[in-house]
Design a protein around this ligand. Sequence first.
Ligand code: SF4
Length: 731
Amino acid sequence: MLFGRRKRKPIKIPQKDVAEWKYTTCNYCSTGCAIEIGLDNDGKLVTSRGVADADVNRGKLCIKGLLEHDLFDSPGRGSEPLLRSSIHKGFETVSWDAALDKTAEKIKEIQAKYGRDSFAVVSTGQLLTEEFYTLGKLVRGCIGTNNYDGNTTLCMASAVSGYKRSFGSDGPPGCYEDFEHTDCFMAFGSNLPEQHPIIYWRLKEAREKRHFPMIVIDPRVTMLAQWADIHLPITPGTDTVLLNSMMYVIINEGLQDNAYIEAHTTGYEEMKAVVMDYDPKSAQKICGIDEDTIRHVARIYAKADSAMSIWTMGINQSTHGSDGVCSINNINLITGNIGKPGGTSLSITGQCNAMGTREWSSCSGLPGYRFLENEEHREQIADFWGIDSEFFPEKVGLKQTDIFPAIETGQIKGLWLVATNPLTSMANQARIRKAMEGLEFVVVQDVYEDVETVEYAHAYLPASVWAEKEGCHTNTERRVNITRNTLPSYGNSKPDFQIFNEMSTRFENSKKIVFPATPEGAFNEMRELSKGQGRTLDISGMTYDKIETARGIQWPFSEDTEDGELKGAQRLYTDGKFQTPNGKANLIPVRFFNNNECPDDDYPFWLNSGRIVEHFHTRTRTGKIGNINKFSPTPYMEINPDAAAELGIESMQYVRILSRRGDAIVMAQLTQRVSRDMVFIPFHYHDCVNRLTLGLLDPYSRQPAFKQCAARIELIDQKEAAKLNLERRTF
Ligand code: SF4
């Protein structure tokens, strides 16, 4: 097959001889596309394709999904467990028993010497749900440390926190089909065409059939903003001001839904009192959107028969992340836009199974959205697992972003990192490196042995990837989908599920707790735990075969669902009943305070960061796939042409960008997408943007503000820049 324009060199895609197709779910982003991977007659993976009858993607995939089959034998795969006595010495290849014995011995030694919580575990949003559940069982039930978190604190913690504060529980209430019903669509800090291309395609298709207004709030002219009817280039970090001001207009003009407010919410008067301080005349000076536009979008949103809001990291990665989510929920509650077709607050999740970890990993509580703070919940899980409920702590321990400061102060002495790479992903890298040096024992469990964090590891456990394993993901719209085990594990690597199971046998409580031998066994435990507890998260009616037949099922899907029915609930809270003690949603008063590091004379640019379509997170996978990496192998920075001219910067020239934390070398890309006082750098590259970021934390979610800090730019000798980038391994 040939395509491409005539005078350009065409890309040639060779024909593939596929003997068998196997069903899986994409292992990159949270869209949850169903993929079939094609094996040839020798059982070798040769191609990937979207599943045509899967409702999520309807046969389509983005570039990452299309080339996902290339990752199985990509460079840097870990094939053998490794151990070393010091990070200054080389690794030795060891047996699995030796690596697991040593790791368990060191965990116990550190806990005996410094206390149970002195050993921390940080996992990911990339494992399969059964693996999360098993890891939670191991950490909460056997190891017994309370300092256990997922890297989802870097991406979705504010959404979780905001949902819990407003609705009494986590769980996105809407679905992709809402695009087909909505009369007004508003997106905050969400660049769907690059971050979630297939969700964007669903939105675009819905708008082609029936035009409805699209309002995009983003400091940058993103691809989504380019398609918007109205783009609001907001001052970074001030979304709560805009939302309060929109609600000021709605309430003062009597556009709120009084019947819904009365029947289904509490706290209206308190919230209204705060909102009345945000008249558009005053608000415009803070959020940078003129008063007429604030009134205009408020009226459009409130007058629509149904209106929906989506958001991603532009809201979550802020010191006001949790408040921002509550504000979005507030505006939807006072306009009666929760739980109805086209009316919702839909957080667009980041990683493929960030939802799975939220639901079942026990990171932020206990399985199935249970709370450690709730005695009944502790007893339910302790009884089910067969241990004493006193073994559980009574409140959640440190989040990932608090674990690193606790390493600095000596509170934490050992760390187990599972499929996460803080040496690239955490803000203020110089501080993270220093903290890592202070640990007595670090174990890294990852698919790749060349992941940057392995530099600090004493033990490395090679994990299998994606279709080398079997289990489920949950996507952004609460759809559980399955990945079938298609290939044997690479080398001597093992599925994370098996690693956790084998590790558990080295701890005393494993004599009491049963760890099922298969992922399906763990899934059945989760089904049992989700049954009829009055919570929304009910998967008791699902089985692996039903999930595959339906191409994914949304929860809740209870065991009472009629035989043959394969469709779960599309929306939550359709009856206006929430997961709070009184069944009503909370309207939360939100006040803005400006604690961002804003541009000044010394550091005159806002530094913004985000994702680009061809890469995923810290490029551990996409950086290894040639046909993906070639689109953007070099760290770059978007800068406005006027700002570049003032500084004497030309297109494609290397520059040094500096903040109060450090510096990075990037290639300048001149574009009007960013304003004159802002630059944007993709966050994927090692030793790049997170050398600069400050990462102040949200007080509720502990999520870092990756997107708001100040920077300045200097010219640099081009040869020196290229040399520095090579030394820092940013390419
Ligand atoms: Fe995978 Fe997301 Fe691309 Fe779909 S949109 S193929 S889930 S990366």
